[in-house]
Structure formats: C-alpha cells, structure tokens
Design a protein around this ligand. Structure first.
Ligand code: H79
Length: 446
C-alpha cells in the first residue's frame, strides 16, 4: 500500500509539473503564446492501428495484454475507407475549438504520414495506402484551425530503441551507445520530416520520461524546431525544453501556478476508439471541466478517437456539436478572456475580459433565486444573462458606511431563460476589477 501511495504521488507530480524546471523564459515567448492563451479549446485526436481491435494505444503490447506480433497484425485492418478529413476539420470548427492536435506517431512507432525512414507507416504498410495527415492538416488550415502534431519520442517498435515491453529492454545505452545514436538519427529524421511537411503550429511531445534531456538531445531539437518556425509552440514534455504544462486526465483543484497550461482529457476513459468503453462524460460534465480549466487560466484539449475506417464515434460527434452550440451562446465569456477572480469570491468558475472591466460568472448548476459575490469593491453597471440577454437586478447587502470592506452582492437569477447546460452572467463593472481579500478585521480592514 505504501509503495502504491508513493508511486501515485510520483505520477501526479510527473503529470502536473511537467518535469521540473522549464528552460524557457515566459517573457520571451509570451508573444508567440498569445493565440494559445486565447484559444481555450483544442481537440486531440488519437488515431492509429490500435483502433482496429479497439485496444490501448501502444500500451496494450508494452503491458503485455496482447503479443507484439498480434498488435502489429492490426496494420492489416487500418483502412481509412470512410475517412473524410474535411468533415473532421469542420466538426472541430463547429465545436468552437481553435486548434487540433493529431497523433503523427504513437509509442508503437506507426507513422501516419509517408515517412521515408522505414516501412512502419500507414502509407506503406496498411490498406489505407496513403499519408492520412497531409489532407487533414490542409483541411484544418482551410478552416483556420491551428495545427498541432503529437509526436511520441518513445518508439517501442524501433530495433535500436532500448525499451520494449514493460519488463524487457533491448539493451542499455551505456553498453551500446552506437545503437542509441542510430535511434537518435532515426527519430530526429522523422521529426524533421514532420517539421518540413506540416510546419506544425504546435508540437505535442509525449513519452519524454523514458530518457533524459541529454539523451533526447532536447535542446538541439527545440532549436531545430524553433529555427524552422520561430512561432511554433512546444508542449511541456521535452524534458524541460517546452513552453507550457500538460496535466493529463488529472484535474487541478487549486489554481495552477504555471504560466500556460492545458489539461488533456478523454471523453470516455480511453484515448483511442474502444467499443466496450461506454463510460461517456456528459456535455454538462465536459462543459463544467472546460470552464473550470479556463477560469483557472488553462486550456482544455479534449480527445476523440476515430475508428479504423475514419468514422468518428457518434457520441463524440454529439459531444463536439453540443459543445459548439454552448460556445455559440456563451463563447464571449470564454474565448479571448483571461483567468477569473481568485477562488472564493463566487461559488463557481469566473473569467475576466482582458481589460478586467467585465466579469463573467458561470452558474455551477441550475439555480433560481439569488447568487452571491463577495469582496467586489467595484460598482456594477449592468448584469446580463448570456444567451437570453435578460437584464438582471442585484442588491448590495451589509455595506457598512465607516468600513472599506465592500458589501455582499446578491444577484437575482430568474428560473427562465437559462442555458441547457451552464448559464453565464455578464457583469459590466465601472472600472477594472478590484477585490477585497481580507478577513473582515475590525480595525485594520484586513
Ligand atoms: O497518448 C496518450 C497516452 O497513451 C499517453 N499520453 C496520452 C496523451 C500516456 N502515456 N503515459 N500515460 C499516458 C500514463 C503513463 C504513466 C506511466 Fe509512468 C508511465 C506510469 C508508468 C510509466 C509516469 C511515468 C509515472 C512513471 C513514469
């Protein structure tokens, strides 16, 4: 039990604190990070041969749930026969997402583009017989969606990659450095292919934990990518050489201190398509997660897992459309905003306009009656319910004439006109938000 706890703590740290010190300076990169900070929603796509049997991406053979040869048999079933990249891009656009991140290669080493380095790619070794990335990135760009490339540093299929199954490595780097150098040449070559063919707006590395920054030549790789495209953004899984943090599945409770961060999350329990997994989150749950991340200064990278023929599961299509419809009604409170006021002033998520003169409150459940805001020293000029456009009334309670401590704001929320999922109230303030954060002290106003 003790061991489990220690491991759990390690894993949490690992995924919420992307591997220690960032080696990039927030001051230098804030300009290129602006679109990312404004984007709020991205769609992650896990597509690969694992969708043929509907099993864990790569981990199924690594963890010995299936033999490696049986896993690779799935190459024969990857048809992409109903693949419609423009329809994928249009669906992503309809969700309100501003960027998409597609698996170019997972830990199984199967490349989704026509790599000239080896045969393990869908163009050469599957009935799809083509590079499936090129038309998708082209469709995304037609829809003005930023293009992200997920790239696994780990490649458990490559004969000169040290790790393979969970309990058997091929070799130790110290004993056979020339094999590791062959792998370096290979994966750096593949990265260069992706860079030259797709010029990604964002790189989403994964699996850096298996080797050190020196072994991955992380600094050199960062320089290669940013020399080619100075505006490219790199996620926090390049052993300290990334630009932003990437908690995975685990939802932060207190506001993360990271400058830029993105929570990646699945809609059911798995990244790729798995037909037995029907544990779908509801639109209400996803939207709650989304606004909570945004209110704390982060983005949501929401995953879909298409089937081997290229169809997107119906539940995921519905989710993206519902999310899009909600964004149509309430997106003003999300996109191009900044993190809201600190937790505790309102019992729910909040965001602010960039000039901090508009405060958005997200009602955490269907509420009619009054909701309260504490510690707001501003005057409220108007309150509007987004979607319905209704003007709401408020009163200030308990303001003491001789005290600098502001009164409590109570807002009347009508039962009618509320959003199907989460209702947003827009508070126009007299000037940039100013909060009282003390403890009500009598003499000091502290
Ligand atoms: O592509 C999806 C997953 O396949 C992949 N990332 C998402 C986006 C993923 N890789 N790893 N994990 C998910 C979780 C892995 C955790 C562990 Fe570990 C790896 C447990 C043991 C080895 C973390 C690293 C804790 C110890 C080392």
């Amino acid at each position: 039990m003790k061991r489990l706890l220690v491991l759990g703590a390690f894993a949490t740290l690992f995924f919420t604190n992307a591997h220690g010190q960032q080696k990039t300076n927030p001051e230098d990169i804030s300009k290129k990070m602006q679109w990312f900070a404004d984007a709020k929603l991205g769609i992650f796509i896990h597509w690969g041969i694992y969708s043929v049997n509907g099993i864990d991406e790569s981990w199924s053979f690594h963890n010995k749930k299936i033999s490696y040869p049986d896993y690779m048999q799935q190459l024969k079933g990857f048809t992409a026969s109903n693949y419609d990249p423009q329809a994928w891009a249009d669906l992503i656009k309809a969700s309100g997402a501003r960027y998409a991140v597609m698996t170019t290669k997972h830990h199984d080493g199967v490349a989704l583009w026509n790599s000239k380095l080896g045969k393990l790619n869908v163009a050469t070794s599957t009935p799809a017989k083509r590079d499936v990335l090129t038309p998708f990135f082209a469709a995304l760009r037609r829809d003005s969606i930023k293009c992200g490339a997920y790239f696994s540093l780990i490649d458990w299929s490559y004969k000169d990659y040290p790790q393979f199954l969970k309990d058997s490595n091929r070799y130790e780097i110290k004993a056979q450095p020339e094999r590791w150098q062959r792998f370096q040449k290979f994966y750096e070559g593949q990265m260069a292919e992706v860079m030259n063919q797709f010029n990604p707006d964002l790189w989403w590395f994964d699996g850096d934990w298996e080797h050190s920054a020196d072994e991955w030549e992380a600094k050199k790789m960062r320089t290669m990518l940013t020399s080619h495209n100075p505006n490219t953004i790199i996620n926090g899984r390049l052993q300290g050489y990334g630009d932003y943090e990437t908690p995975e599945q685990n939802f932060p409770v207190s506001r993360p201190k990271f400058h830029w961060w993105e929570l990646c999350m699945t809609i059911n329990n798995n990244w790729g398509w798995q037909p037995q997994d029907t544990n779908w989150k509801t639109p209400f749950e996803i939207i709650t997660i989304f606004v909570d991340a945004v209110s704390n200064g982060g983005n949501l990278l929401l995953d879909i897992g298409p089937k081997a023929d290229g169809t997107i599961p119906e539940e995921e299509v519905t989710m993206l459309k519902e999310l899009g419809a909600w964004n149509q009604r309430n997106g003003e409170a999300v996109f191009n905003t900044i993190a809201g006021i600190p937790q505790g002033h309102f019992y729910g998520p909040t965001t602010l306009s960039k000039d901090s003169t508009t405060l958005y409150l997200f009602l955490p459940a269907k509420t009619s009656g009054q909701v309260m805001v504490k510690g707001l020293t501003n005057k409220i000029e108007s309150i509007t319910m987004l979607g319905s456009g209704q003007q709401l009334q408020h009163k200030v309670v308990g303001k003491i004439s001789w005290s600098a401590v502001p009164g409590l704001v109570f807002i009347d929320v009508p039962a009618t006109g509320q959003d199907k999922y989460i209702t947003v109230l827009k508070l126009k303030l007299d000037k940039p938000v100013k909060l009282y954060r003390g403890q009500g002290g009598f003499l000091t106003n502290e």
